[in-house]
Each structure stands twice: as structure tokens, then as C-alpha cells.
Write a protein that binds this ligand. Structure first.
Ligand code: GAL
Length: 451
């Protein structure tokens, strides 16, 4: 190579090197011989900042909502409400952080870990009552949402019975999306008709019906699932056996867990358990409900989310499934309410408020509840959207005596409920009524209002 061309070739190589460093051929500064290293660095920084801004922008337009509605009618209900949200807030991405497991048994553990780590979702599903007030509000984790109630006129349409259960010291801490009924006896109408059995209304009628079914060859006429469904059954039998006054007294501290009438209720519960399937602990609530519509069991006691499930899997009311109050609880509506909260320090507070606005709106509730199998918390719902069962539940809610559910957060805070659940677990294993009752007495004095 001639020496004459060497400087020119070097210059050319240098220019190629600059181009390879990411300089844009259209940008004069990439080739103008200035301080190239510094310029390359500043281009990278600008790009990184752009990315960050884009990410921030994207994150500001997202809302992470936590629940345990992942299947069996529940996910479909949530999807329906997400649909309303998407129409009203098309710029906010919905991040569904639902964790599987009925009654939130898994989800609530995951949520607790996240809250402890300072990693709160933007909103989560919590039950009205002691779960909300005695757990999240007590731990100072929530922002009051009175402003939403005022702006949206919700105090005029939300049930008066519910407001005190989501309030403390004049502050309202959640937005109720529904009312569920816990004390429902689901039955298979064909199985009952084939065995000349009427839907039972008292515990004794129920026992007689299940004796007859067992005599006819159905070993386990009452379908039950994993432990929380046993707790659910337990609270309904307590109500049936004690009646609403004595039932409520147990939760407000004026009743005596050691009383003879509680012993009698535990005996009733022990008898009810003799009719259940031996593989209960391996079944989800959906599995247990399914045994009824399949005709493998005659009865199941479950909240009315079971109705959402029956419909989702294609069964018709009064044909595939029938319903009645749990025997002995007629005239009482043992309720719970799913509600959404605004955590302190919600990562996307505005988006969380948008979600809460939909959850409290008539559009949101009328999309969610007919599918979920619950009645709207609002009193101004469009009845024409609801099926036979839910219409009957609306009427009962308006006329029955309303008492709260234990399993679903109304009457006891998490600490007390968890002690009761531990006592129940032992009882399911050993069948010792005396031991169960004394553990319940202890639970009320260590974690409940009996101190
Ligand atoms: C309850 C909840 C209902 C339903 C049910 C079964 O705790 O309030 O909405 O999800 O669990 O998973």
C-alpha cells in the first residue's frame, strides 16, 4: 500500500469505527470530529431516560388488583367487571393478581407476605367486617375512602347495615361490590324426588332425610370439601342450633362459649359430619358442589358463589340444583360482603381509585354479580339481569334477620378466626367435642372479646 494513501485510509477506518459506535449517519455530530466518547455516553443516557419515562408512563397506566377469584364462576364474574373497567378506563392496564384457592386461604397468606414486604397491590379484595376493621385497619394499612362515597352518592344506595361494618371512627375503609349468603343448602332435586324427600327445614328433618338416603345406599349424602368448607358448615350449624341471638352473642363477647347450648350445637355439628364424604379434605369447594349436581350427593352447604359455578358448568336452577336456607336457619341471612380497599401508598393510587369507582358503580356491580352468584351491594340494581336464585336472595336480604359469617370475615378478626380454625382441624381429626369446646373458650379469651 502506498504511503501516500495511508492517512486517508486511517481516516476512513476511523469514520467507520464511529458509525459502528451507534452514531446516526444523519446526525452531523457523529462525524464532526468532536468528543465522540462523551457524546456516545450522553446518547445512551438519553435513551435510558426515555425508556424509564416510557416505563413510568406505562406503570402509571396500570392497576394491580388482588383477589382469589380464579375459577368456577368467580373468575368469570371478575372478568365481567374488568370488561366494564376496560370500557371506562381504556388507558389503564388491568393486572389481575388473583391467587387460586377458595375463600382466599392461599391468597390471604400471599397478601400478608406482600404487605409485610412493603409490596402492596393497588387494591385487594377484603371482607366487610372484622377481617377489614380488625385486621387491615388495625394494622393501619388502608386509606379511608369516604371521598369516593361522597363523590359517587354511594351512601344513598349502599345498605345501612353494611356501612358500620366497613367503618371506624367515621372513616369508611372499603368499597363493597356484593352481598353473598353463606347459609345456603344446595340440593339435587332429582335425588330428593326419587327418594320422596322434601327440602328439609329443621336439623331433625335434615338428619332424617340423610338417614333415609344412607339407607337407600348413598353413603355420603352431604358433600364437603377442604377444611375451610368444614368451617363454613360449622358456622351455619352453630346458627341453626343456637338461633340468631345466641349466635351473635358469641361474637360480641356477651355469650358463653362454654355454655351447654354450645355443647349441643357442637353435638349437632358432629352428627352432621357423619353424613359427609371421607375424602373431603382432598376436594375443593367446586369439587364438593359438583358431587351434588352429578347426583353423587344430595346436599352441600356452600355460599351462593356455588350458584355462579352451577350456571357456569351448565346446570339450570330448580332442575339441576335447588336451594333452601340451611335447615334450622330459615328467616336468617348469614351474610358476607366482598369489598375492595385502597392501601396506604398504593403504587398507582389514581388507577386504584378508578378501579374502586367501577367496583362501586351500578354498571360494575350489575356486570359482576349475576355471573358471580351474589347480589349487588347497591340497592338500585337492575333485577331483570338476575336469575331465580339471586332474585330470591335479594328478597331474603331485604326481609330476613341479617347475621354475619365467620369463615368470610364478618364476625371475627383473622387472629381469632385462625384459632377457631386450628381447634376445628383438631376436632376433625379426633372428634373430641369436649376438647373442641374448651379450645373455642380459650380462643375467645386469647384472641376474641372474652378477655
Ligand atoms: C369467599 C369470598 C367469595 C368466594 C368464596 C369462595 O371468601 O367472599 O367471593 O370467593 O370465598 O372462594
Amino acid at each position: 500500500m502506498s504511503r501516500k494513501y495511508t492517512p486517508f485510509i486511517l481516516l476512513l477506518l476511523f469514520a467507520m469505527f464511529l458509525a459502528a459506535c451507534g452514531g446516526d449517519a444523519d446526525e452531523p455530530e457523529a462525524t464532526d470530529g468532536g468528543d465522540t466518547a462523551a457524546e456516545t455516553e450522553s446518547t445512551d443516557t438519553e435513551e435510558a431516560m426515555d425508556d424509564e419515562e416510557a416505563m413510568d408512563e406505562e406503570m402509571a397506566q396500570a392497576v394491580e388488583v388482588f383477589s382469589w377469584w380464579t375459577g368456577g364462576g368467580e373468575a368469570a364474574g371478575l372478568e365481567a367487571m374488568i370488561g366494564v373497567f376496560a370500557e371506562q378506563y381504556p388507558d389503564i392496564a388491568f393486572e389481575n393478581a388473583a391467587v387460586a384457592g377458595g375463600a382466599g386461604t392461599n391468597a390471604r397468606a400471599v397478601l400478608a407476605t406482600r404487605l409485610q414486604a412493603g409490596d402492596a397491590p393497588d387494591s385487594w379484595q377484603g371482607h366487610a367486617g372484622q377481617e377489614l376493621i380488625g385486621t387491615y385497619v388495625a394494622a393501619d394499612q388502608l386509606e379511608p375512602v369516604n371521598f369516593l362515597f361522597e363523590e359517587n352518592g354511594w351512601l344513598d344506595v349502599m345498605p345501612e347495615t353494611l356501612i358500620p361494618l366497613i367503618s371506624q371512627d367515621g372513616n369508611i375503609y372499603s368499597v363493597p361490590v356484593n352481598i353473598h349468603r353463606a347459609n345456603v343448602l344446595w340440593y339435587n332435586p332429582t335425588v330428593l324426588a326419587d327418594n320422596d324427600i322434601e327440602a328439609p327445614t329443621s336439623l331433625d328433618d335434615w338428619f332424617a332425610a340423610m338417614d333415609a338416603l344412607q339407607a337407600a345406599g348413598m353413603d355420603a349424602p352431604l358433600a364437603m370439601g377442604e377444611q375451610w368448607t368444614a368451617l363454613h358448615l360449622f358456622e351455619t350449624v352453630l346458627l341453626a342450633s343456637l338461633g340468631p341471638d345466641a349466635y351473635e352473642a358469641l361474637w360480641d363477647g356477651s355469650g358463653d362459649w362454654g355454655a351447654a347450648e354450645v355443647t349441643a350445637a357442637l353435638e349437632d355439628f358432629a352428627k352432621v359430619l357423619t353424613y359427609t364424604n371421607s375424602d373431603a379434605s382432598a376436594l375443593t369447594w367446586q369439587d364438593a358442589s359438583q358431587l351434588v349436581v352429578n347426583g353423587d350427593a344430595a346436599f352441600n352447604v356452600m355460599g351462593d358463589w356455588a350458584e355462579g359455578y352451577f350456571r357456569e358448568i351448565g346446570f339450570e336452577p330448580n332442575d339441576g340444583y335447588g336451594w333452601a336456607a340451611v335447615p334450622g336457619t330459615g328467616g336468617n341471612f348469614q351474610f358476607l360482603s366482598d369489598s375492595f380497599v385502597l392501601p396506604k401508598g398504593a403504587p398507582h393510587r389514581d388507577a386504584a381509585i378508578a378501579w374502586l369507582t367501577v367496583a362501586g358503580s351500578i354498571e360494575g356491580q350489575d356486570a359482576f354479580n349475576p355471573v358471580k352468584g351474589s347480589i349487588p351491594a347497591r340497592s338500585d340494581a337492575d333485577r331483570s339481569l338476575y336469575g331465580d336464585y339471586l332474585l330470591s336472595a335479594m328478597d331474603d336480604w331485604a326481609s330476613d334477620r341479617v347475621v354475619g359469617s365467620l369463615t368470610h370475615g364478618v364476625v371475627a378478626n383473622d387472629a381469632w378466626k385462625s384459632e377457631i380454625d386450628t381447634a376445628l382441624g383438631l376436632f376433625l381429626a379426633d372428634g373430641n367435642i369436649e376438647g373442641f369446646q374448651s379450645a373455642l373458650v380459650t380462643a375467645c379469651s386469647t384472641a376474641g372479646p372474652c378477655q
